[in-house]
Design a protein around this ligand. Sequence first.
Ligand SMILES: Nc1ncnc2c1ncn2[C@@H]1O[C@H](COP(=O)(O)OP(=O)(O)O)[C@@H](O)[C@H]1O
Ligand SMILES: CC(C)(COP(=O)(O)O)[C@@H](O)C(=O)NCCC(=O)O
Ligand SMILES: [Mn+2]
Length: 912
Amino acid sequence: MHTDGFFRCIVYQSCNWRLTKFETRLLPTTMSSSPRPSEDGEEPVSSRTSPIRPLLDLSGAAIQGSREDKNPSIVLPNQSEEISHFAVDLGGSLIKLVYFSRRADRETTNSGNRALSPVRKLDHLKRGGFEAELRRYGGFPILGGRLHFVKFETSKVNDCLDFIQSKRLHLCKAGGAKDGVIKATGGGAFKFADMFKERLGATIDKEDEMGCLVAGANFLLRAIRDEAFTHLEGEKKFVQIDHNDLYPYLLVNIGSGVSMIKVDGDGQYERVSGTNVGGGTFWGLGRLLTKSKSFDELLEISQGGDNSAIDMLVGDIYGGLDYSKIGLSASTIASSFGKVIGQDKPLSEYRREDIALSLLRMISYNIGQVAYLNALRYGLKRIFFGGFFIRGHAYTMDTMSFAIRYWSKGEAQAMFLRHEGFLGALGAFLNYDKHGLSNLTAHQCVERFPMGAPYARGEVYGPPIRDLNGKITWMDKFVSKGNEITAPVPTSYPGTTGLGGFERPLARSCSLRSDASAALNVGVLHLVPSLEPFPLLADIQSYEPNTVDLSDQSEREYWLKILSSNLSDLVEKAVASEGGTPDVIRRGDAFARAFKAHLARLREEPAAYGQLGLANLLEMREECLREFHFQDVYLAIKQRENEASMVVLPDLLAELDSLEPSARLLALIEGVLAANIFDWGSRACVELYRSGTILEIYRMSRNKMRRPWRVDDFDSFCDRMRVNEITGIPLKPHKRALLFVDNSGADIVLGMIPLARELLMRGTEVVLVANSLPTINDVTAVELPSIIAAAAKHCEILRKAATAGGLLVDVVDDDLTEKDQAEVPFLTVVENGCGSPCIDFRQVSSELASLADDTDLVVLEGMGRALHTNFNAKFKCDVLKLAMVKNQRLAEQIINGSIYDCVCRFEPKEQS
Ligand SMILES: Nc1ncnc2c1ncn2[C@@H]1O[C@H](COP(=O)(O)OP(=O)(O)O)[C@@H](O)[C@H]1O
Ligand SMILES: CC(C)(COP(=O)(O)O)[C@@H](O)C(=O)NCCC(=O)O
Ligand SMILES: [Mn+2]
């Protein structure tokens, strides 16, 4: 397979495989920059195995199509699509399963490094990209893939075994797993060892439970941005953990019983205490006393309870008075269940709701108190609670937070973890050698919340889905269930109660719904090793991509409404983009249902998916489209607009060339702003397109480009770009500019490409940074080379620069001498690692990050990249933010202006 120092690597593409030329050292499974992969629910599973890490099964490989074809497809009949392995925590009450799945070579698929020119790729490798990558992961390049979290009741261990078998998880030994060995923790690792051997033919490799809990908690706190949160008086607040200041902390795991572990570092811990009064006690006693059928029913009925009917309050003892001398109010619980003693009533005469609440408060306060005493004993300020007793239940969390705050007089803080019950299973999973997952950090993890999967959010609802059709059928079922999920649950708060010296907590919002699945806020964790923080961010710690804070309710409501009202138009376009057949209509319908369910969920529980910003909402919409296999909804529109704009380009370039440098620069910036009007994501713009052709709208928009713009730093930019008035040579040319481009059509062709050309003319190397995956009408990195090739036909500067940059590999350019090659600045393209109209600079492709060194100008274009996100972001180099505001509210809010106002914000590099 080797040819001339290159080998042809196989790039996976929807069951077929494409041949692509790569440099020999470029390992296909580790080196490509990978856009955040999309989640599409459930997939076929693997029965193949590999010794250390997944390998491709090339047996029976055959070329499909013509052999003359430059990149013929190869069919690998024996290559399984999915490669997985797993670990379990076999607890007293629940079995927790964490499994890893990876589509074979998926990560090379989307990028295939097509966007990165061969020259740039070589450059990246020469800079030690590959070695750096290996070093970063301790010699083991980690695998991109997905972590799934699922749980089962321990009494239904057979369901768990069925699940493992149906997904064939036990047949894979990827990630360093040994033949037929499964990592397991919890008491069941001993108890069920024979059963696992018998049913799965696998041996259980027992991992220490405490060690696993600690490893799981440390991983989550390091690798997931919105993992830990506080919950006080009904308010949930995510806490950003400073990794350098994490230890020591107290980990309180409330499972059937309770363990309290003092954690001092990775692998450094001591179990300092525990209590046998735990989740098992609550569920066991609760079941006995209330006849509840499920744990969730018990929790749910507690919400309608009044514990003063069961508990003895201070007021009951003191004749309705407070015991003020020691700070106890009349409503404080003096003795849990104490009132029952004096009432000679049978159990049937007590309300089960009241019993459930008394019990919940008794157990929660008691655990809170023991936790506090241990924190005090060891001088620990932070207490993290894990274990499934918590169940994301607002009242439970409030009760424990209240206890900790009360007893510590506000000194110690109770925090909860979104993956509460999965700590042990995750820790066991991390014990597989050599996959390097434990080194992952937050920027390499992207959590997704697929709708069309029967085992999302930790629960199993049905058998695995094997194809898209199954997924759509599932979606129909899910939504009828989803009506329940999204309907608000009436919450009645208990009356006057209290306990042990503090008043009752106020759980204003209640996150437990009638459908238990909704309460567990865990998604599928996508591990994308090739994402990195953008090195030119001034301060990654304080960087916040989102401009608008959606924790404000009216903001959230507004944007949720905008997304709902834009939905029908989007579905119409999506369906049309794939032929509008009855099958596609069904798919569109399923997408609409799924996305509506997301919106409804968020309306009801804003923190359901972690800290929410507009960027996340817009990305979720794109992910949801991908989940239902809509590839590129605006493809036809994009192509049509590119072609129409290309016709105008030669005249525009001639016009620009007739201007002197500063007038030309102004015309160029005006051009970018005017052309940014072509945005199919904005409701107002879509309305506008109904009344004119592309060219009419472009002309109209250009004519309106009168300065001053609402934000107008043009003079300062122009000053930075000054040229010698006699020679026309720039005084301080930029070395390398990264242009983050936005929309297709006029935006790229008549706006950004002419600006790129100007920079090239000034001797600046230009890199066009575009999306890895399609989103609305944004141009993608894969599309750019052919657009540039078309533009280059009208412009020698573009042609030479693009040829020098390796973009026009197919063009034989006889005019380009070796001297030219050396002198012409490069024009290249790089993908940003994203599939959304916004950009989060904490997570960009490694190729983009590797270009930071010589970059001294960043241009962010468009509303998504420069306004919704990054409007306030600071960079270590010059930055120019250009956008037309196409939403009235945003205009009022961030620039105190109106729709169609423009932003030209220039922030020169701060001189140190
Ligand atoms: N669906 C459920 N079934 C049983 N118990 C549940 C359920 N959901 C939450 N719980 C609570 O979680 C506890 C088990 O927590 P977990 O962290 O899984 O511990 P263990 O490893 O001991 O099973 C139970 O005792 C109960 O209080
Ligand atoms: C999705 C967008 C950010 C894309 O804008 P762009 O980055 O292309 O300028 C923008 O169209 C948007 O915010 N749309 C939703 C708001 C609306 O319909 O008014
Ligand atoms: Mn756009």
